[in-house]
Design a protein around this ligand. Structure first.
Ligand SMILES: *Cc1c(COP(=O)(O)O)cnc(C)c1O
Length: 378
């Protein structure tokens, strides 16, 4: 099956009992047992629900793993994956990970003894150097948010394997349509499905796929024990969103390319971060490991004042956190998604006050470019 076909024919297609072509929303908490312990595979919806199960089977197929899991948010998914580790374990993480990931590691999970180091994983040397005797996993986000840095997943997992570390990849920005980390050697792939997978700014959800029976058993145990599951209605919305993921990603790609070409020539734009640019330091790796470069672009307009001026003029780019939806969004990472990162650390990372991040939507590229053009006028 090719990629777009898999989005529609992967997982469990339709409802085996009624023939309904879309999996129904099984709005139910518990299931009748014929006698004690004899049931149709479902007992209680925290443990398993047919709509959620259909979604979990679908994401498993899309990522090419052993089992899929759906959670109430991307952060619930990340936290559940971290619950696979023990107090005293150390995890190496990409330095400009999603702000919420940095926060949960440094302000919540640290209190339970899970240690983490944040390093620039786009350098393989840095990864080797950061490995300690208690290191158990390498957690990658690629491309990153908001600087669109790229880590070579295949080479990084080779290092991880040599040291018996699990490799975890946050694949939110690329989606399985462009990038399948398990094929490149990763053990666990996770998503904020709130973004491209849902795609319509109407659901908050998280997904995880693991590549082995052992990890599947362990993560199901955590999911059922801690309970941060996705409800049937939201599971259904994600299945619906996934059906058009391919056409959305292709269209986003084309729009983004046109916008980047425009931004490159604009005098008010000091710097552009986009892995599709040949001048991006890891363009070749991005090209090798992903089929597309995605719809996220960051650019520097020089100052907070210039950023605010741009924001006040835009018509089609909505000022909002989040990304990956049909509508184009714009944000100022330093004051929004990355506000929880201390100012001096933001400076170290290059998240300046003039940095704006856009998530290119599915409007006509001409309208989006026109909007940016009038917004950037002095
Ligand atoms: C949004 C996001 C998350 C967190 O997901 P939620 O669904 O908001 O909890 C994690 N990683 C990345 C890359 C994200 O963009």
């Amino acid at each position: 099956m090719k990629r777009k076909t898999k989005l529609i024919h992967g997982g469990i297609v339709g409802d085996p009992t009624t023939g309904a072509v879309s999996t129904p929303i099984y709005q139910v908490s518990t299931y009748k047992q014929e006698s004690v312990g004899v049931h149709s595979g479902f007992e209680y919806s925290r443990t398993g629900n047919p709509t959620r199960h259909a979604l979990e089977e679908l994401i498993k197929d899309l990522e090419g793993g052993e089992a899929g899991f759906a959670f109430g948010s991307g952060m619930a998914a990340i936290t559940a994956v971290m619950m696979l580790f023990n107090s005293g374990d150390h995890i190496i993480m990409t330095d400009d990970v999603y702000g919420g990931t940095y926060r949960v590691m440094s302000k919540v999970l640290n209190r339970f003894g899970i240690e983490s180091s944040f390093i620039d994983t786009s350098s393989l040397e840095n990864i080797e150097k950061a490995i300690q005797s208690n290191t158990k996993a390498l957690y990658l986000e690629t491309p990153t948010n908001p600087l669109l840095k790229i880590t070579d997943i295949e080479e990084a997992t080779k290092i991880a394997k040599k040291h018996n570390l699990l490799t975890i990849v946050d694949n939110t920005f690329s989606t399985p349509y462009w990038q399948t980390p398990i094929d490149l050697g990763a053990d666990i792939v996770l998503h904020s499905a709130t973004k491209y997978i849902g795609g319509h700014s109407d659901v908050v959800a998280g997904l995880v796929v693991v590549n082995s029976k052992k990890l599947a058993e362990d993560l199901h145990f955590v999911q059922n024990s801690t309970g941060g599951v996705l409800g049937p209605q939201d599971s259904w919305l994600l299945i619906r969103g996934i059906k058009t993921l391919g056409v959305r990603m292709e269209e986003t790609e084309a729009n983004t390319k046109a916008i980047v070409e425009f931004l490159q020539l604009h005098p008010a734009v000091e710097k552009i971060y986009y892995p599709g640019l040949e001048t991006h330091p890891n363009h070749a790796i991005a090209k090798k490991q992903g089929g597309g470069f995605g719809g996220m672009v960051s650019f520097d307009v020089g100052s907070q004042e210039n950023a605010d001026k741009l924001l006040s003029k835009l018509k089609y780019f909505t000022l909002a956190e989040s990304l990956g939806a049909v509508e184009s969004l714009i944000s100022v990472p330093a004051r929004m998604t990355h506000a929880s990162i201390p100012a001096e650390r933001r400076a170290e990372l290059g998240i300046t006050d003039g940095l704006v991040r856009i998530s290119v939507g599915l409007e006509d590229a001409e309208d989006l470019i026109e909007d940016l053009k009038q917004g950037l006028e002095v």
